[in-house]
Every structure is written in structure tokens, then in C-alpha cells.
Ligand binder design. Structure first.
Ligand code: SAH
Ligand code: SF4
Ligand code: F3S
Length: 441
């Protein structure tokens, strides 16, 4: 078999990162080896995100760039997958005559066949939804990516229909994977030397709620914690309305569950939350945060916030600022509202100018920068257990992740990569911490 090269560019969330890993695994069987140099590639795939207009625009820019490579290499196969592909479907083939393949979020398993066709010059688009539980069996697991920390998909899709969000339209209905399959995969990863698993889904904490035969997410975590060899468990993303007491209790008594939780609030204002169709009020959100902090003191809370939702008044916006002060997020992802085709919120009149939105975004950013730095400084002098994952920021350093998810660089031998070490935190910066080795594992 001739060696061919695949360049894959991934946009968007961890779902797409995980899907790209599967694509690399599948196409290896057709003789495609990953490359990091687009000009060397025989196939370029864009795994796309359409959560905001800007993300979608980026894809079109990249496509016209890759078109020029196709002029130099006529056999180059160009494909678009992921959420923009799901949203636009066949239009993409019509709009971009140099494009060969379009595959939706439920069609990864068709890709090998599509690629064989493309090698013979066939253009093809596949974006049919598969809204039954066979979907999760169609996607092959990731192989050979020898890493210490791996994603394990537990559910896919979303039924929440937050009024601003395109995800339910491009990812389809929520489907939970069988617990037995999840545990098989985790055991397999443990055998390969994986130390940390990140349980992945659009809304992991509603795992199993639709099927009587599966455990709840909290029960699933306890089962995963029972797998020997796995030392750390994380999960993402959670929805506040499904953050049950049972799940919060895991933070109190499952030591392998890391003290980090991503729990997006989206806004601090009840009026806005209700218009967003989020299904909880500010007080209920703060109640969940208090319970999490009580279950695991020092837990690192991260989140997402949208600024400039239609009709967001200055008073609404200030509610977001005070929520941030109360929660004290370790990290917060801040987004300017972007109207998405087909969503409910896209029908609402936009009352804020671009300048107003950007001004509010900057106030949020400034506040969050201050809080993040204060939290980082609170680690000064503490001992932290790290899973050493790679080279550090500076020569002579290696880098690891603390239980809280914080990145810590420290002077150390690359031979430490793959092991757990304890370091003392000696400096705190905006985006990372500096440590020094306290004792060997
Ligand atoms: N399933 C995840 C989030 C998926 S999208 C969850 O519910 O937590 C990631 C983030 O993008 C969202 O949390 C939200 O903050 C942001 N987002 C989604 N749609 C958006 C839009 N139309 N405009 C701006 N930000 C948006
Ligand atoms: Fe989008 Fe809401 Fe679903 Fe998250 S929960 S993916 S924000 S619809
Ligand atoms: Fe983007 Fe699709 Fe994820 S829209 S955020 S890549 S689910």
C-alpha cells in the first residue's frame, strides 16, 4: 500500500477533537498517515464548528487557502466534516466546486468508503442523521494515540435547545452509550497505560436519564473509578439543571474524580436565563456551586458566559459580573452572542451594537483575569500532585496538570513524562503555575 498523507484541521469543542482522533484511526487503515504540513498532504480534512458565526467564517477562509494547494497537487482530496458540514450539507459542494467530500456529524463511519470514491474522482455528501442508539456503535474507537489522558465518549447530542444554540441541530438528539461498552473501553485504555480519562459529551450529566437500563452518570463515575490503572477521572460538559446531589456526592467520596468541574452559567440574570431557555435561575445555579464547593473544598470551577444576548440590559449584564464574583471561576470562556440560523434567539431583535457587546466583553475579561490570577496565587506554597504530560514552557522544564486542571511547569527530566510527581508551587502567572519538585513518585 502506498503511503499517503492526511492533514486534518480541527475547530470547535472536544467532541470534534475526539472525532478527529477517530478519523485518523479509520483512515490509517486506508494508508493515510497524519502530517502537520498541509503542503505535504494528499488529503486535507477540515473538522468544523458552527457554534458562532465567526467559527463558520474561519472555515470558508481556510477552504479558499487550501484551494491554492490543490492547484499545485491535482490529486489532493479536500473534505469538510463536523458541524458546518452538518448545517450546510450539499450547499458546500455547490458553493465550492473544488471540494470533494462533505460528511456530517453522524456519518464518520462512511468516511473510508467516501475516501475510496474520492480517490477515483467522486464527489459525495453524507449528512443523514442517525437518531437511534446504533449511532454510537458505528464510530470506531481511537487506536494507537499513546497518550496519558484520553477522551471517552459517554453520550452525544443535545436535547436542551437553549434558544441561542445550534448544537442540537448539528449534533442531533441526545443518545447515551451503553455503560458496558464505556467500561470496556476504559479497561482497554488502562491496559494501554492511560492514566486519566475524560468522560465526554455535550451534556454528560444527563447521561442515562433516557434509558431505564443504564446507570446514572454518578453511578457510571463510580464504576469507572473501579477500573484498576485509571488514576484520574474528569468529565465535560455539564448542564446546571442536571447537576444532581448524587453527582455532587462523587466529588466528596470518589478520590479519583478530579476537583474540577465545567459548569457554564451563560448569564447571571434571571430574565436573560429564562429567554435563553436554560431551565434554571441564578439562585439555583449558585446553590449547585455552593454544594460543589462543600463537597470538595478548593474545587476549580470553570464555565462559559455569553455577553450581549438580545435584550441584555446594563442591569442584566451587571448580574453576570456579580455572579462571577460569587462563583470565582478558575477560568471562564467568554463569548459575544452570535445569532445562529434556525435558532429561536435568531428571531429576537438585536438591540446591542457590536461596540456595546465588545465593551461588555472587555469588562468581563478584565474581571476574570483578576479572579484567575488571584486563584492562581492562592496555590503559592502548596504541594500539588501532577501527572507529567510533556515538555514545559522553557528548555529544561516539563509540564503537568494538577488535579484542579491547572498547568504547572517545573524544572525536571523528560524521563518524568508519564509519571505522577509532587511539586511545590513557587510562582503563579496568569495562565500557568511554576513548581519545583518536592519528592519523587
Ligand atoms: N454543551 C455545552 C456547550 C456547547 S457550546 C454546554 O451546554 O455547556 C460551547 C459554548 O458556546 C456554550 O456554553 C456557550 O457559552 C457558547 N455559545 C453557544 N452558542 C452561542 C452563540 N450563538 N453565541 C455565542 N456563544 C454561544
Ligand atoms: Fe447548546 Fe444548551 Fe445544548 Fe449546551 S445545553 S449544547 S448550550 S443547547
Ligand atoms: Fe462547535 Fe459542533 Fe462542538 S458547533 S462547539 S464543534 S458540537
Amino acid at each position: 500500500m502506498n503511503e499517503k498523507h492526511l492533514f486534518i484541521e480541527t475547530f470547535g469543542c472536544q467532541m470534534n477533537v475526539n472525532d478527529s482522533e477517530r478519523i485518523v484511526t479509520m483512515l490509517a487503515d486506508l494508508g493515510y498517515r497524519p502530517t502537520t504540513v498541509p503542503a505535504d498532504a494528499d488529503m486535507i480534512l477540515l473538522n468544523t464548528c458552527s457554534v458562532r458565526g465567526g467559527a463558520e467564517e474561519k472555515v470558508y477562509k481556510r477552504l479558499s487557502h487550501y484551494r491554492s494547494l490543490k492547484k499545485a497537487h491535482s490529486g489532493l482530496i479536500l473534505g469538510v466534516g463536523g458541524c458546518v458540514a452538518q448545517q450546510e450539507g450539499d450547499h458546500l459542494l455547490q458553493k465550492f466546486p473544488f471540494l470533494d467530500l462533505v460528511f456530517g456529524t453522524h456519518n464518520l463511519h462512511l468516511l473510508p468508503d467516501m475516501v475510496r470514491g474520492a480517490e477515483k474522482g467522486e464527489r459525495r455528501c453524507e449528512t443523514a442523521f442517525i437518531d437511534n442508539d446504533q449511532r454510537l456503535d458505528l464510530f470506531p474507537p481511537v487506536k494507537g494515540a499513546s497518550r496519558l489522558s484520553r477522551f471517552v465518549t459517554v453520550m452525544q447530542g443535545c436535547d436542551n435547545f437553549c434558544s441561542y444554540c445550534i448544537v442540537p441541530y448539528v449534533r442531533g438528539r441526545e443518545i447515551s452509550r451503553r455503560a458496558a461498552d464505556i467500561l470496556d473501553e476504559v479497561r482497554q485504555l488502562a491496559d494501554e497505560g492511560v492514566q486519566e480519562v475524560v468522560l465526554l459529551g455535550q451534556n454528560v450529566n444527563s447521561y442515562g436519564l433516557k434509558s431505564a437500563n443504564e446507570p446514572t452518570f454518578a453511578q457510571l463515575i463510580r464504576q469507572v473509578a473501579g477500573v484498576e490503572g485509571i488514576r484520574r477521572i474528569r468529565f465535560t460538559t455539564s448542564h446546571p439543571k442536571d447537576m444532581s446531589d448524587e453527582l455532587i456526592a462523587c466529588f466528596a467520596d470518589v478520590p479519583k474524580l478530579c476537583g474540577q468541574v465545567h459548569l457554564p452559567a451563560q448569564s447571571g440574570s434571571d430574565v436573560v436565563l429564562s429567554r435563553m431557555n436554560r431551565g434554571y435561575a441564578r439562585a439555583a445555579y449558585l446553590d449547585r456551586i455552593r454544594a460543589l464547593k462543600a463537597a470538595r473544598p478548593g474545587i476549580a470551577i470553570t464555565g462559559d458566559m455569553i455577553v450581549g444576548f438580545p435584550g441584555e440590559s446594563e442591569a442584566d449584564f451587571e448580574q453576570t459580573l456579580t455572579l462571577m464574583e460569587e462563583v470565582r471561576y478558575a477560568d471562564l470562556f467568554l463569548f459575544v452572542y452570535s445569532a445562529r440560523p434556525g435558532t429561536k434567539a435568531a428571531e429576537l431583535p438585536e438591540e446591542l451594537s457590536r461596540e456595546q457587546k465588545v465593551e461588555r466583553l472587555e469588562r468581563l475579561l478584565a474581571l476574570q483575569r483578576r479572579i484567575t490570577l488571584e486563584i492562581n496565587r492562592s496555590y503559592l506554597g502548596t504541594l500539588q500532585e501532577l501527572l507529567v504530560e510533556g515538555e514545559g514552557k522553557r528548555p529544561g522544564q516539563v509540564s503537568g496538570k494538577a488535579e484542579s486542571g491547572r498547568i504547572v511547569n517545573f524544572p525536571g527530566d523528560p524521563a518524568l513524562i508519564g509519571s505522577f510527581v509532587t511539586v511545590r508551587i513557587v510562582a503563579a502567572y496568569q495562565n500557568s503555575l511554576l513548581g519545583e519538585l518536592a519528592r519523587n513518585p
